[in-house]
Design a protein around this ligand. Structure first.
Ligand code: ZN
Length: 464
């Protein structure tokens, strides 16, 4: 029998990393992501498997929690093939380089401070460097295409299907033979939201012996997208009209592009008061350019914009502030919208903007994405009155809003519908969800499908 073990995204939402070992000894890894929030320290633990023994790495999509530990995997001996979609590798490069830069910057800052105390030896080295990221791209890279089989070995093949989550995100089907019998395991990756303005809807896979499915929103449904959009627009208009600024911590990939589409729509419909909109995230700017260049993969709405304006993510109020000096100049502006990373406020330029503006009650912080436990974003959403930024305590006087309808993830009912869309399905395993939320979904799936459902624990041996 084949064995699957999860080395992340088991009772948590980050660190996706699943290893499938086939009867013939072949080892196939699906994703190798970074832990974020509470579990960040786990990134520094040695892998509990030998990276040298992994034959193939399949990547579902380029989010950091799905690709963030790949340079570490390579550094520690993985030398097999990497199979994924073309733009996923391009996006992953942007994400990994950004992550390496942030870690190096962080290390330098801590090192300098520790030096003054004579404790520089105690400062933890970054998980990987920029060079380690480039080393990933020296490995054999195999580009998959949606719906086309990729041969991984004798009687073993993988097929990528559109997950509609971010640009070129995938549901991966792995077919293999065991004692002459055909078997199929499906990894959902992260599944998209049906109301996404930028991405198409997730493809329905019809058959599987075993399904590993994400459960990020297994315990709840999103607010309706229309309602969320109205709420979003109202906060923006009200804040700008009362001379305030709107800070939007945003994930560089997908959420930023969706927010830009909505703001562009507001501009078109003359709903957006005269203001400056800054996209103040080098990573989001690079990702947006990649979205532009792979526009055939995007929704009809995006392609209509392209036909009409010659550009998808552009409108007259919008400025891309790539350079640091341009970013600093934003401090002098008032009545503006600032979109900056990181999405969960764990680093990036949003922290500078918080430092400058979160104390001011005229301003608003608008969360448009999931905030994992332990992150600064989660603290703010949960009503923190004070936050610490760069060792400085800052009073939170700005209004904090959180809108859930923009999630790039399917919600509870969409996940259930997708599971029910299978015509043949034997066993269901739940991954990529928070411990408290997963039992709710487990019960629902069991009631709705009558199938075997199991919440995967970290490193648990699961025979499929
Ligand atoms: Zn994702």
């Amino acid at each position: 029998m084949a064995l699957v073990q999860s080395y992340g995204a088991a009772e948590v939402v980050t660190g996706s990393c699943h290893l499938l070992q086939l009867d013939n000894g072949m080892k196939i890894m699906v994703d190798c992501g970074m832990f974020q929030g509470h579990n960040e320290h786990k990134n520094f633990h040695p892998f509990d498997f030998d990276p040298k023994e992994v034959d193939v790495l399949l990547i579902t999509h380029a989010h950091l929690d799905h690709v963030g530990r790949i340079p570490k995997l390579v550094k520690e001996g993985f030398s097999g093939r990497i199979v994924t979609l073309h733009s996923t590798l391009d996006l992953a490069e942007v994400v990994l380089l950004d992550s390496a830069h942030l870690m190096e910057e962080d290390y330098r800052t801590h090192y300098k401070k520790a030096q003054r105390r004579g404790e520089e030896d105690k400062v933890r080295k970054p998980l990987y460097s920029v060079e380690d990221v480039y080393a990933v791209y020296d490995l054999p890279l195999i580009y998959a295409k949606y719906g086309e089989e990729v041969i991984l070995g004798k009687d073993v093949k993988a097929t990528f299907h559109n997950a509609g989550h971010i640009l070129d995100s995938a549901i991966i089907t792995i077919d293999f033979k065991e004692k002459g019998e055909h078997k199929r395991i499906v990894f959902s990756g992260d599944l998209g939201n049906h109301n996404d303005m930028v991405m198409p809807v997730p493809e329905q896979v019809k058959e599987a012996d075993t399904l590993y499915i994400e459960t990020t929103y297994g315990d709840r449904n999103h607010e309706g997208i229309k309602q969320s959009e109205e709420e979003f627009k109202k906060i923006i208009v009200d804040t700008l009209l009362s001379q305030g600024n709107v800070l939007i911590p945003s994930f560089a990939i997908e959420r930023t592009q969706e927010i830009l589409c909505i703001l562009k729509g507001m501009y078109d419909n003359k709903e957006l008061p005269l203001c400056k909109v800054f996209l103040d995230s080098p990573m989001a700017i690079r990702a947006t350019r990649l979205y532009d260049s792979y526009h055939e993969e995007l929704s009809k709405c995006c392609n209509d914009y392209l036909k009409r304006d010659g550009a998808i993510f552009e409108f007259p109020y919008l400025q891309y502030t790539l350079k640091q000096e341009e970013s600093k100049k934003i401090n002098e502006e008032n009545g503006c919208i600032i979109i900056a990373g990181s999405g969960m406020c764990t680093g990036g330029r949003i922290l500078h903007h918080f430092k400058n503006r979160i104390w001011n009650p005229k301003n608003a912080v608008l969360f448009v994405g999931y905030q994992a436990g332990g992150t600064l974003g989660r603290k703010l959403v949960e009503g923190a009155e004070w936050i610490k930024i760069y060792h400085e305590e800052i009073k939170v006087n700005a209004r904090i809003h959180s809108i859930s309808g923009f999630s790039a993830h399917a919600d509870q009912s969409e996940l259930l519908d997708w599971i029910e869309g299978f015509e043949r399905l034997e066993k269901i395993f739940l991954i990529h969800g928070e411990k408290e939320a997963q039992p709710v979904f487990e019960k629902l799936v069991r009631e709705r499908t009558g199938k075997k459902v199991h919440i995967v624990k970290e490193e648990e041996e699961i025979w499929v």
